[in-house]
Design a protein around this ligand. Structure first.
Ligand code: HEM
Length: 461
């Protein structure tokens, strides 16, 4: 397979975009290392990424990585992005990935890097502040205080209570798909279904809204706003245009009114719990409440869409694995774990900023330098998993994957994501044992960005 998206440069000969933008990252001590350029804008990036990661993993414990600058980026965007697009140390071995994620000398707050350098923080427009300061991007003690307040919404008990609702949502969507196929005059097993549009995309957003306690009658109203929110995230570094900002303002004021309503008349849901909770005197500020609600949609939606899409494509392109599942739908639990290992929705997590001089996988990082941790590389590390490039739903140790991260930022929604995945795979296997791809496997292509997921999954059912 070609490794078009991997190109090595010698930093001694070429100025990085940051250097060009007039900033340096203090990496002089390591300045002679080769740099691997990862081009997330290349449509082939995802298709060849596992080869790229394998090559890096074979060549050493860390690689110096630079993310390519999009061709159409304006100078202003480049200036703003320079803060986020610095060369980074890319960690690829399973044990090093775990160790890095557990190391509390890293900060995830960009302000700590600003403090280590010139004190200048990246500019963040007013509407984006709750997005820029969520659990994912703040350090203890604030991180731990907020997480402790949100965690009770994700207990096993809550998830068991959600399971029935999730089954209902999935079955309703599939009933609708059947009805639409009937209206087109199609019959089983040759009815057409585009999985992402019909099931994978709509169901997690409904589940999150249920969990939060967004009234059902408001769902149509908030749909555009949640889509807008996802657009912001995709275009976080770019396109902060007035339309997107206006959408965020509207969603914000809707949520503020909802918080007020739930304070007055609490119901049994996450927002009610959050606006009421005061544990050890702790309570979330209005901005923290907003940040938490936004994060649920941002962290919990596309990731779950991708888990479902990736799992279905993996199963249908490995027919013997699909046959095992249809023979025993209880294997859906294993399908979730093996899919997370084999094609996890998050290839890597960045922004681990050294707060002091420290050793990372045998390399010295100066304060302010950043490590990026490749969950995808760790999940295919042959030192950890036997025959790592094979998709085997009965693999006994699949659940040792790091697809949900590790350490204090480990995915809060993992129990929910697992339940959603299990319900989706189990229901599809029970209802449609003859399910198959409607197009050749090569025509099912990955979307862009560091999130791994198929744009469309055309099926026959
Ligand atoms: C298959 C689906 C999912 C995957 C693969 C996934 C993956 C991840 C990963 C890798 C992290 C850690 C990021 C880091 O360390 O920088 C994370 C954090 C997080 N995830 Fe998920 N996630 C999924 C679903 C969900 C869902 C359904 C929710 C909630 C509705 C959710 C909420 C969160 C939150 C709140 C955090 C931040 C935790 C913290 O910083 O303390 N995720 N997720």
């Amino acid at each position: 397979m070609p490794t078009k998206s991997i190109a090595t440069h010698d930093t001694t000969n070429e100025a990085s975009p940051e250097q060009a933008a007039g900033t340096t990252n203090g990496a002089a001590a390591n300045g002679s290392a080769d740099v691997v350029e990862l081009d997330l804008t290349d449509p082939q990036f995802m298709a060849t990424a596992y080869d790229t990661y394998a090559k890096m993993r074979e060549e050493g414990r860390v690689a110096r990585v630079r993310f390519a600058r999009p061709e159409n980026e304006t100078e202003e965007e480049a200036r703003r992005n320079a803060f986020f697009r610095r060369d980074t140390w890319f960690v690829t071995h399973y044990d090093d990935v775990v160790e890095t994620l557990l190391d509390d000398r890293f900060s995830v707050d960009v302000r700590s890097r600003a403090a280590a350098e010139d004190g200048k923080e990246p500019e963040v427009p007013e509407e984006f502040r709750p997005l820029a300061r969520s659990l994912l991007t703040i350090d203890p003690p604030d991180h731990d205080r907020i997480r402790k307040l949100v965690q009770p919404s994700f207990t096993g008990r809550t998830m068991n209570a959600m399971r029935g609702k999730i089954e209902e949502i999935v079955n309703d969507l599939l009933d609708k798909a059947e009805q639409a196929a009937a209206e087109r005059g199609e019959t089983a097993p040759n009815r057409r279904l585009e999985l992402v549009e019909a099931l994978a995309y709509p169901f997690p957003v409904t589940v999150i809204s249920d969990l939060l306690g967004i009234p059902r009658e408001d769902r149509e109203r908030i749909r555009g706003w949640t889509e807008n929110l996802l657009r912001v995230d995709r275009a976080r570094d770019r396109g902060m245009n007035e339309e997107v900002r206006a959408g965020l303002r509207e969603f914000t004021s809707y949520l503020q009114e909802l918080f007020e309503r739930k304070r007055r008349e609490p119901t049994d849901d996450m927002i009610s719990n959050l606006v009421q909770t005061a544990e050890d005197g702790d309570i979330l500020t209005e901005e923290e409440l907003l940040a938490t609600v936004f994060l649920m949609y941002l962290a919990g939606h596309v990731t779950t869409v991708n888990l479902v899409g990736n799992g279905v494509v993996a199963l249908l392109t490995h027919p013997e694995q699909w046959a095992r599942l249809t023979a025993d739908p209880a294997l859906a639990k294993n399908v979730v774990e093996e899919t997370l290992r084999y094609w996890g929705p998050v290839d890597f997590v960045g922004r681990r900023i050294a707060t002091q001089e420290m050793d990372v996988a045998g390399t010295t990082l100066e304060p302010g330098e950043e490590a990026t941790v490749s969950l995808a590389a760790a999940n295919r590390d042959p030192a950890k998993f036997a025959n790592p490039d094979a998709y085997e739903i009965t693999r006994p140790d699949a659940n040792r994957h790091v697809a949900f991260g590790k350490g204090i930022h480990v995915c809060l929604g993992a129990p929910l994501a697992r339940t959603e995945g299990q319900v989706a795979f189990e229901t599809l296997a029970r209802r449609y044992p003859h399910l198959r791809l409607a197009v050749p496997a090569d025509d099912v292509t990955w979307g862009g960005s560091f999130l791994r997921g198929f744009r469309q999954v055309p099926l026959l059912f």
